[in-house]
Design a protein. Sequence first.
Length: 386
Amino acid sequence: MPFIEDSCRIACTRQHAWTAAAIRRIEADFNRSADTHLIPLALPGFPGIDIYFKDESSHPTGSLKHRLARSLFLYALANGWLHAGSTVVEASSGSTAVSEAYFARLLGLPFVAVMPASTSPEKIAAIEFHGGRCHLVRNACDIAAESERLSRDAGGHFMDQFTYAERATDWRANNNIAESIFRQMEQEPHPVPAWIVCSAGTGGTSATIGRYARYRGLATRVLCVDPEYSAFHAHYAALSQGRPPPEATMPASRIEGIGRPTVERSFIPGCVDAMVKVPDALSLAAMRYINARLGRRVGGSTGSNFVGVLRLAQAMRARGEQGSIVTILCDGGERYVHSYYDAEWYATQGIDIDDADRVIALSADGDGGLPDLAPVSRHVGGASDR
């Protein structure tokens, strides 16, 4: 044995045993959970174009981020970054922190979420429900540095979703979101989607879907939608057009869970075929439209995704194409009672509800167009639907 002291050998054995037990707990939890649903939404104004929502709100922690949190914990365990008693710290606007708090409690580890002070009280309550502690900061740009400081002071581990999201997920298989979508689409009229529409918070979802589609030799393309206040679209557009990416920092996104002041390392432009920029008013109008059509509240990021779906459906119809478009229902609207479902919040933000609702209703009926969404593609400059 390479160990000089028995104490080292014993400590090593205990750490390996703890890690193995922790991974078994996470895998057992996964086995207790069913896959999320794929929900069709008929748009009569677009015959031959089938729309589906991958309902990630049905995870135990209520959002798409449940998949990410599971992957991040398994990645950290496999890398030897966690041990019994480790304080887990994450920089998160809410949903990732809710899911990570769930897994930290599953493993008996303390959890601290570092988040902007503007985060909805419902998300804060959900984190605390799962045993986490919330550390609020005034400036969204400071949450990563503050997370590093807290984890260092506690001798713990900073999960750092914005760095590791794209590499923690096994994009080739293991029931990632891409594999799940394509499996559930197998019996549909157009089983291989023409497009999958997602939005970027870390960039991990677009990376997983883009990589999986290429690995499997599928023709599906990825449209990534970016909210009004976010750096991803400008960065992607600059790279696509051979320009240096802008260095300016964007304000904090009003669409919680997506958009970032600066481009994160998990965002892989090569995995994205096209991007559009969606005004917040349209995102939230689309959210309300989906709420009415599905009879359930959804979050603002789902609305952003749906605007991208409408953009693609209009382009496909104009070219006489048929096919399927899949997008993601990211989370439920119960987390936004004091914001997106509160009329006073819209007045405070200066968002015109009536005009945006009219634009989305006409677009969804097939009777009206959308405003310019600054479409850009890395394949054909400025042509996001080709």
